[in-house]
Design a protein around this ligand. Sequence first.
Ligand code: PNW
Length: 508
Amino acid sequence: ILVATCDTISLKGSTESSQFPSNFLFGTASSSYQFEGAFLSDGKGLNNWDVFTHMPGKIMDGSNGDIAVDQYHRYPEDLYLMDLMGVNSYRFSISWARILPEGRFGKVNRAGIDHYNNFINALLHKGIQPFVSLTHYDIPQELEGKNGAWLSSKTQEDFKYYADICFRFFGDRVKYWSTLNEPNVVAIRGYRSGIYPPCRCSWPFGNCSSGDSEKEPFVVAHNMILTHAAVVGIYRTKYQKKQGGRIGIIMNAMWLEPISDSWEDKLAAERAQSFYMNWFLDPIIRGKYPIEMQEILQSDLPTFSKHDLEMLKNKLDFIGINHYTSFYIKDCIFSPCEPGAGASRTEGFALRTAIKNNVFIGEPTACDWIFVYPQGMEKMVTYIKERYNNIPLFITEYGFCDKENPLFTMENSIHDIKRVEYMNSYLDALATAMRKGADVRGYFAWSMLDNFEWLDGYTIRFGLHYVDYATLKRTRKLSATWYKDFIANHKAHNFSADGAPQEQQLTR
Ligand code: PNW
């Protein structure tokens, strides 16, 4: 049901979709644990999130992803909705434990292979490019239990084995691969604050029983960086020439703005970015950890051997960033800070805050970490362009959240004007960065549907489609209709410029 058309909203500085190149990917994003459900179906093994969500007290509403939005079974309907929006790409992740129920050891699960084969074929049949992550926070429980997940260098071998299987079975049709989704978030939340599995930390407020927040995140990151490089190596030598795809990594990327013009705060903002995003991208692209990390962490930062450095060289076809939000950064080296996010040594002594002179950096949302600051998109993209030589970039996620509350009826929820404004303003900012030369290739809205939002369970909604969790019925939100119009305009413009018939493009 459509409650309003886009004509009823007036958008400031409306972006024209014509500003994007004709082969630009406009998509939506998802991940296997948050979407698939079918957690024990067809031979799938348990993964770390299956086990974690079943522990009491971990998830806000006591929920889990056992069923999630059941995309495993309902993908034909979801494809229909994607087709209605006119997206030309869909980002999803493969469930590692569905392919290898016991991790590396044990056999490949044929039913898992069949499922993704069918799904990929169905996407392509609709003209939708699969944009696939090999893992999105999930790891087979066997590996978490035996290896301590990413803490062990053994996991590198397991992941290489798994990645090779995916390239072999799906790579003839998948042209965009990402190795890891937000490895920075995995290292930080799994091994520093311990709020995500495997829940390791040593910080007093962290509520973990084992771990070392000062050291383990860096060991984990080191393993992940080397694993990424090794997997890209496998793709390059065995598959890329024949299959012709591209491979990258996806980072969580917040724009971090100095809270003042002082050189102390400017340096702090650089440090904060180095300890957050550049932590992974610098080694992969520049062959070394950021200098600020080396200086502050000293021997707690692992080092790369000669062999590692050789392996790291040129191991990226594109960067993917998940960019939702921005924060201010205040220096904590030259003037002392209260403890808080960013202030520790492991984060570069750079306090993160959303408030300056009692004013938020952007409009707050139902998520305490998302502030609507479209300028951050332009700044983030420009920063990456300059630091990393304009390597092709995808915005692999951006999104706006609402929270369930008594006033939040389905009618309110599907009339999501705020989400439309967010998307419009962020696209506008992206177009500005592209006009100034940034090589951006695609844009994926988080998310296709409302879904299982990790620690927040089903209390928070990010979807362009509403999901009624009692029936799993999907209903289009205003944002989905807005996106459809936006994409249709884009196609119409680009095709008319090419001289191709316009009507055909407008009838979607
Ligand atoms: C992403 N932060 O996570 C994930 O890739 C998605 O699975 C998730 O549903 C989505 O964002 C919305 O939360 C994030 O610290 C993790 O700013 C951390 C941050 C942002 C996003």
